[in-house]
Design a protein around this ligand. Structure first.
Ligand SMILES: Cc1cc2nc3c(=O)[nH]c(=O)nc-3n(C[C@H](O)[C@H](O)[C@H](O)COP(=O)(O)OP(=O)(O)OC[C@H]3O[C@@H](n4cnc5c(N)ncnc54)[C@H](O)[C@@H]3O)c2cc1C
Length: 380
């Protein structure tokens, strides 16, 4: 068993960290406060090769693995989660397109994501269909010439910025199996009838765009169906088994950022005539955080490494996603606690980290759903 990253992977980590440290700290508070982002930074990250590293060479990417994308996520999120998400979510959906898209769809979309000319988003969640994805009612009706889409999607990352959207649609409502009713459809967002409304007031990752989407007779050619009609649910599960790896890396990065802040503060802040770091209670918290981070990283390294070898272990991925997300929330809580009242005000970075952490337990499968997957894999 070899836990060492290769020289190339170590170089990626170093470059990603240098980029994030160079670009993020000066702007993170502004983007968080204003709920905005500078897309010039996405382009810069693309030019430097940080975006879409898992995309095949045939489609403009360097053809690396999901592990490399995880490594970049971890470094970006360690410096600022919101900005990390604003940049690296631009390819969200390319994992699905890579697995199930037609040659034409992949040639059209994937190279533009790597170069930063386009943003892809994926719309599954609806106002009345969250964890229960099979409850999605946004419909795509085949009228013989086109697919006509009607409905609404909720909480869509980059919904207000994306050039293309992968939409999880109801295509066979009468199918006796709830798992055979849906299909993915590729929608250019400049198609008439597509409307997005930015959602404001998020708790965290406020640099990342989130929107509500409505489809009012949105017409796309039949060849915009992605994968097989009626297979959307299974394609979605395959997609999540890749993208959840990235969430694990986000969580480990965020927790590292929280630990850094805790170490910095407890070494400098004195009470009872001594630095907070000299008290055993503080030392135990620091020791626990460092250990949780290491455990979560080992879990996601194994899950991502296996996925890149073609072995998808959905229970392991669910374990890694639940554990790392909860670990990140706990670390950010402990880090804020060690700041006392200072952690409660926005002048201190730890407040932002604390707010950013919570999303990790919600998106791409809530922690309850992850535990359900794990339990089913054991109990049958
Ligand atoms: C910032 C942000 C970005 C997002 N980006 C995207 C995106 O790009 N694309 C997209 O499609 N969606 C996106 N989402 C949506 C996200 O995936 C959903 O919010 C999530 O899946 C939960 O769905 P819900 O909010 O409807 O909660 P609900 O499904 O209503 O769940 C509420 C609570 O009930 C629990 N629960 C539900 N069912 C069960 C059960 N059977 N057993 C036990 N507990 C249960 C859940 O775990 C949760 O704790 C995003 C959300 C946010 C906040």
């Amino acid at each position: 068993m070899d836990f060492e990253l290769s020289k190339e992977q170590r170089d990626i980590v170093k470059a990603a960290r240098e980029f994030a440290l160079g670009e993020f700290p000066d702007r993170a508070a502004e983007f968080d406060r204003d709920e905005t982002f500078d897309l010039g930074l996405l382009k810069k990250a693309c030019d430097l090769g940080f975006v879409g590293v898992f995309i095949d060479e045939d489609y403009g990417g360097p053809g690396m693995g999901f592990l490399e994308h995880c490594l970049i996520n971890e470094e970006f999120w360690a410096v600022d989660p919101g900005m990390g998400q604003a940049i690296l979510s631009a390819t969200f959906g390319s994992e699905l397109l890579g697995l199930f898209g037609s040659e034409e769809q992949k040639k059209l979309v994937l190279p533009q994501l790597v170069s930063g000319e386009a943003i892809l988003a994926t719309a599954i969640t609806e106002p009345d269909a969250g964890c229960d994805v099979t409850g999605a009612v946004t419909s795509a009706v085949n009228n013989g010439d086109e697919l006509v889409i009607n409905g609404a999607k909720m909480f869509i990352t980059n919904g207000d910025l994306a050039n293309y959207l992968l939409v999880f649609c109801l295509t066979d409502p009468e199918n006796p199996s709830r798992h055979g009713r849906h299909s993915f459809v590729l929608v250019p967002t400049d198609t008439p009838g597509y409307e997005s409304t930015k959602i404001r007031g998020k708790l965290g990752i406020r640099a990342s765009d989130t929107a509500e989407i409505s489809f009012n007779n949105v017409r796309v050619p039949l060849e915009n169906l992605v994968g097989k009609e009626g297979e959307g649910f299974y394609e979605l599960m395959a997609f999540f088994n890749r993208t959840r790896l990235h969430i694990c890396a986000q969580a480990v990065g965020l927790a590292r950022g929280a630990l850094d802040e805790a170490v910095r503060h407890t070494k400098s802040r004195k009470q009872f005539g001594a630095p907070l770091a000299s008290f055993q209670v503080t030392q135990f918290k620091i020791a626990e955080m460092a250990t949780w981070i290491k455990a979560a990283r080992n879990l996601y390294y194994e899950a991502a490494w296996s996925a890149d070898k073609g072995k998808i272990d959905h229970a392991l991925i669910a374990m890694a996603k639940w554990f790392s997300a909860e670990m990140a929330v706990r670390c950010s809580d402990e880090a804020l606690q060690m700041h006392g009242g200072y952690g409660y005000i926005d002048e201190y970075k730890v407040q932002r980290i604390y707010r950013d952490a919570k999303i990790l337990e919600i998106y791409e499968g809530t922690k309850e759903m992850e535990k359900t997957i794990i339990a089913r894999s054991i109990l049958g």
